[in-house]
Design a protein around this ligand. Sequence first.
Ligand code: AMP
Ligand code: MG
Ligand code: MG
Length: 186
Amino acid sequence: MQAARYLVIDFEATCCDKGTVPREHMEIIEIGAVMAEAQTFEVVSEFQTFIRPVRHPRLTPFCISLTSIEQKDVDAAPLFGEAIQQFKQWLYRYDSFVFCSWGDYDLKQLKQDCEFHKIPYPISAPHLNVKRLMAERQGLSKKPGLGDAVRMAKMEFQGSHHRGIDDARNIARLLPYVFGTAKLPR
Ligand code: AMP
Ligand code: MG
Ligand code: MG
Protein backbone atom coordinates (compact mmCIF):
# COMPACT_ATOMS: atom_id res chain seq x y z
CA MET A 1 0.00 0.00 0.00
CA GLN A 2 1.23 3.50 -0.80
CA ALA A 3 1.73 5.91 2.09
CA ALA A 4 -1.01 8.50 2.46
CA ARG A 5 1.38 11.31 3.42
CA TYR A 6 4.91 12.63 3.12
CA LEU A 7 6.63 13.60 6.35
CA VAL A 8 9.34 16.09 5.35
CA ILE A 9 12.02 16.74 7.98
CA ASP A 10 14.95 19.12 7.96
CA PHE A 11 17.35 19.34 10.90
CA GLU A 12 19.80 22.09 11.76
CA ALA A 13 22.76 21.14 13.93
CA THR A 14 25.73 22.58 15.77
CA CYS A 15 28.56 23.19 13.32
CA CYS A 16 31.64 25.24 12.62
CA ASP A 17 33.97 26.14 9.78
CA LYS A 18 37.20 25.62 11.74
CA GLY A 19 37.11 21.96 12.81
CA THR A 20 35.99 22.66 16.41
CA VAL A 21 32.76 20.63 16.03
CA PRO A 22 33.64 17.28 14.44
CA ARG A 23 30.89 15.52 12.46
CA GLU A 24 30.38 12.93 15.20
CA HIS A 25 29.84 15.70 17.81
CA MET A 26 27.23 17.62 15.84
CA GLU A 27 23.84 17.79 17.58
CA ILE A 28 20.41 18.74 16.29
CA ILE A 29 19.42 22.29 17.31
CA GLU A 30 16.22 22.60 15.26
CA ILE A 31 13.59 20.13 14.05
CA GLY A 32 11.56 21.46 11.13
CA ALA A 33 8.86 19.10 9.92
CA VAL A 34 5.84 19.30 7.65
CA MET A 35 3.20 16.68 6.84
CA ALA A 36 1.91 16.76 3.26
CA GLU A 37 -0.92 14.77 1.68
CA ALA A 38 0.43 12.34 -0.90
CA GLN A 39 -2.52 12.88 -3.26
CA THR A 40 -2.39 16.67 -3.42
CA PHE A 41 1.01 17.59 -1.87
CA GLU A 42 -0.93 19.97 0.38
CA VAL A 43 0.80 20.66 3.70
CA VAL A 44 -1.69 19.79 6.42
CA SER A 45 0.41 20.28 9.55
CA GLU A 46 3.80 21.55 10.74
CA PHE A 47 6.06 20.95 13.73
CA GLN A 48 9.02 23.08 14.81
CA THR A 49 11.20 23.16 17.89
CA PHE A 50 14.66 24.31 18.78
CA ILE A 51 16.82 21.95 20.88
CA ARG A 52 19.45 22.82 23.48
CA PRO A 53 22.74 21.08 22.56
CA VAL A 54 24.90 19.62 25.33
CA ARG A 55 28.25 18.76 23.73
CA HIS A 56 28.88 22.20 22.23
CA PRO A 57 26.30 24.38 24.02
CA ARG A 58 27.72 27.66 22.61
CA LEU A 59 26.80 28.10 18.95
CA THR A 60 29.71 29.19 16.78
CA PRO A 61 29.48 32.49 14.88
CA PHE A 62 29.54 30.36 11.71
CA CYS A 63 26.54 28.32 12.87
CA ILE A 64 24.56 31.43 13.89
CA SER A 65 25.26 33.07 10.58
CA LEU A 66 24.49 29.90 8.53
CA THR A 67 21.23 29.01 10.26
CA SER A 68 20.07 32.38 11.66
CA ILE A 69 19.41 30.45 14.90
CA GLU A 70 20.52 32.52 17.90
CA GLN A 71 22.10 31.49 21.20
CA LYS A 72 18.97 32.58 23.08
CA ASP A 73 16.81 30.30 20.89
CA VAL A 74 18.70 27.18 21.96
CA ASP A 75 19.25 28.35 25.56
CA ALA A 76 15.47 28.53 26.01
CA ALA A 77 14.82 25.23 24.21
CA PRO A 78 14.15 21.72 25.55
CA LEU A 79 16.86 19.06 25.57
CA PHE A 80 16.82 16.41 22.83
CA GLY A 81 14.78 13.82 24.80
CA GLU A 82 12.00 16.27 25.66
CA ALA A 83 11.94 17.66 22.11
CA ILE A 84 11.60 14.15 20.66
CA GLN A 85 8.69 13.43 23.02
CA GLN A 86 6.90 16.55 21.73
CA PHE A 87 7.74 15.60 18.14
CA LYS A 88 6.33 12.09 18.62
CA GLN A 89 3.10 13.48 20.06
CA TRP A 90 2.66 15.51 16.88
CA LEU A 91 3.83 12.73 14.56
CA TYR A 92 1.63 9.93 15.80
CA ARG A 93 -1.58 11.76 15.00
CA TYR A 94 -0.76 10.39 11.52
CA ASP A 95 -0.73 6.70 10.77
CA SER A 96 0.55 6.42 7.22
CA PHE A 97 3.55 8.37 5.95
CA VAL A 98 7.10 8.06 4.63
CA PHE A 99 10.00 10.07 6.05
CA CYS A 100 11.48 12.34 3.36
CA SER A 101 14.62 14.47 3.62
CA TRP A 102 16.91 16.30 1.21
CA GLY A 103 19.82 13.85 1.24
CA ASP A 104 20.73 11.22 3.80
CA TYR A 105 22.25 13.65 6.31
CA ASP A 106 19.06 14.11 8.37
CA LEU A 107 18.56 10.35 8.85
CA LYS A 108 22.18 9.90 9.97
CA GLN A 109 22.06 12.89 12.31
CA LEU A 110 18.84 11.67 13.96
CA LYS A 111 20.34 8.20 14.51
CA GLN A 112 23.51 9.76 15.94
CA ASP A 113 21.59 11.93 18.43
CA CYS A 114 19.35 9.02 19.49
CA GLU A 115 22.41 6.85 20.15
CA PHE A 116 24.17 9.60 22.10
CA HIS A 117 21.09 10.29 24.28
CA LYS A 118 20.17 6.57 24.51
CA ILE A 119 16.69 7.21 23.12
CA PRO A 120 14.94 4.79 20.75
CA TYR A 121 14.85 5.93 17.13
CA PRO A 122 11.41 7.62 16.99
CA ILE A 123 10.20 7.19 13.39
CA SER A 124 8.59 3.91 12.38
CA ALA A 125 8.31 4.87 8.69
CA PRO A 126 10.84 4.13 5.94
CA HIS A 127 13.19 6.92 4.82
CA LEU A 128 13.40 8.37 1.30
CA ASN A 129 16.19 10.61 0.02
CA VAL A 130 14.10 12.99 -2.10
CA LYS A 131 17.20 14.80 -3.42
CA ARG A 132 18.30 11.58 -5.13
CA LEU A 133 14.74 10.79 -6.25
CA MET A 134 14.28 14.26 -7.76
CA ALA A 135 17.55 13.94 -9.70
CA GLU A 136 16.44 10.53 -11.04
CA ARG A 137 12.90 11.60 -11.81
CA GLN A 138 13.94 14.81 -13.58
CA GLY A 139 16.94 13.28 -15.37
CA LEU A 140 19.49 15.57 -13.69
CA SER A 141 23.15 14.65 -14.00
CA LYS A 142 23.91 15.92 -10.46
CA LYS A 143 21.94 15.82 -7.22
CA PRO A 144 20.99 19.48 -6.66
CA GLY A 145 21.32 21.40 -3.41
CA LEU A 146 17.99 22.57 -2.05
CA GLY A 147 18.53 26.19 -3.11
CA ASP A 148 19.42 25.12 -6.64
CA ALA A 149 16.43 22.77 -6.86
CA VAL A 150 14.03 25.56 -5.88
CA ARG A 151 15.62 27.81 -8.52
CA MET A 152 15.39 25.05 -11.14
CA ALA A 153 11.66 24.89 -10.45
CA LYS A 154 11.55 28.66 -11.11
CA MET A 155 10.37 29.32 -7.58
CA GLU A 156 11.62 31.79 -4.99
CA PHE A 157 12.96 30.24 -1.79
CA GLN A 158 10.41 31.09 0.90
CA GLY A 159 11.82 32.08 4.29
CA SER A 160 15.41 31.64 5.37
CA HIS A 161 17.57 28.90 3.79
CA HIS A 162 19.25 26.73 6.49
CA ARG A 163 16.38 27.25 8.95
CA GLY A 164 14.89 23.81 9.56
CA ILE A 165 11.23 24.75 9.25
CA ASP A 166 11.80 26.90 6.15
CA ASP A 167 13.93 24.21 4.51
CA ALA A 168 11.21 21.61 5.23
CA ARG A 169 8.50 23.87 3.73
CA ASN A 170 10.57 24.44 0.60
CA ILE A 171 11.35 20.71 0.22
CA ALA A 172 7.58 20.11 0.42
CA ARG A 173 7.06 22.56 -2.47
CA LEU A 174 9.32 20.34 -4.58
CA LEU A 175 7.41 17.11 -3.91
CA PRO A 176 5.41 17.37 -7.18
CA TYR A 177 8.79 17.17 -9.00
CA VAL A 178 9.77 14.10 -6.97
CA PHE A 179 6.55 12.08 -6.83
CA GLY A 180 4.13 13.87 -9.15
CA THR A 181 3.94 14.68 -12.84
CA ALA A 182 5.55 18.15 -12.64
CA LYS A 183 8.50 18.61 -15.03
CA LEU A 184 11.27 21.13 -14.46
CA PRO A 185 11.25 23.91 -17.06
CA ARG A 186 14.15 23.57 -19.53
P1 AMP B 1 20.96 22.41 5.96
O1 AMP B 1 19.73 21.61 6.13
O2 AMP B 1 21.48 22.48 4.57
O3 AMP B 1 20.67 23.80 6.50
O4 AMP B 1 22.12 21.78 6.81
C1 AMP B 1 21.89 21.09 8.01
C2 AMP B 1 23.07 21.26 8.93
O5 AMP B 1 24.27 20.83 8.28
C3 AMP B 1 23.37 22.69 9.35
O6 AMP B 1 22.60 23.11 10.47
C4 AMP B 1 24.83 22.58 9.72
O7 AMP B 1 25.01 21.99 10.98
C5 AMP B 1 25.36 21.63 8.68
N1 AMP B 1 25.89 22.37 7.53
C6 AMP B 1 25.22 22.73 6.42
N2 AMP B 1 26.02 23.42 5.57
C7 AMP B 1 27.23 23.48 6.18
C8 AMP B 1 28.49 24.05 5.83
N3 AMP B 1 28.68 24.71 4.68
N4 AMP B 1 29.52 23.94 6.72
C9 AMP B 1 29.35 23.28 7.88
N5 AMP B 1 28.20 22.71 8.27
C10 AMP B 1 27.14 22.82 7.44
MG1 MG C 1 18.90 20.05 5.36
MG1 MG D 1 18.31 22.94 6.80
